[in-house]
Design a protein around this ligand. Sequence first.
Ligand code: SF4
Length: 214
Amino acid sequence: MATPQQIFREKVAQQIIKALEKRRLAGTYAPTIAQAREEVAALIPDGSSVFRCGSTSLVEMGLWERLKDNPRITVIDPYLPEYSPEEGLEARRRGLTADFMIASSNAITLDGKLVNLDGMGNRVAAMTFGPRKVILVVGMNKVAVTLEEALNRTKQVAAPMNCIRMNIANPCRETGLCSDCHTPTRICNMWSIIEGQAVKDRIHVKLVGEDLGF
Ligand code: SF4
């Protein structure tokens, strides 16, 4: 039997999906991470190239391992351990013309706005223009009531957590709090707020009923 949290999250997700559709974005809901993984994999036809962007959510859900099972899909992965920094940058450039990019967002509002914050900017660039299709997998733990709440969650929760995850020596790694640093390794350089899409359904948001990423 579904728990109150599962029922609540599905009902809220359905409202967000309606808001996304008004903004010309597609939205679907998967109650579990396992279901989301299979549904996202099914969206990618054989012969496609897929740009991998930095995302804890996608690693947690095992998506990249799942896609490796299909030799007919080419993953453009800037994070290959054998890549030099220059080769990683080159892969990020190539990814901008991939058939698909798959990532997450840092927050989504009840009225369907997607908030993102990048250090280098390749993720927000690809979401905005370039890849023909964009799939964003967003756990319901990232839902914010208002845009202000979404911006705060992004800067005060997601960014410090990412510095801790990647062990980047910014002040938030030590304190857990953003001090609006200006270090060379600052990961908070490029904001994007997606409020709509000129090419209808180019962006597909897969909401997930379990906690995913941060
Ligand atoms: S601006 Fe600096 S201190 Fe603040 S969250 Fe980003 S990296 Fe951390």
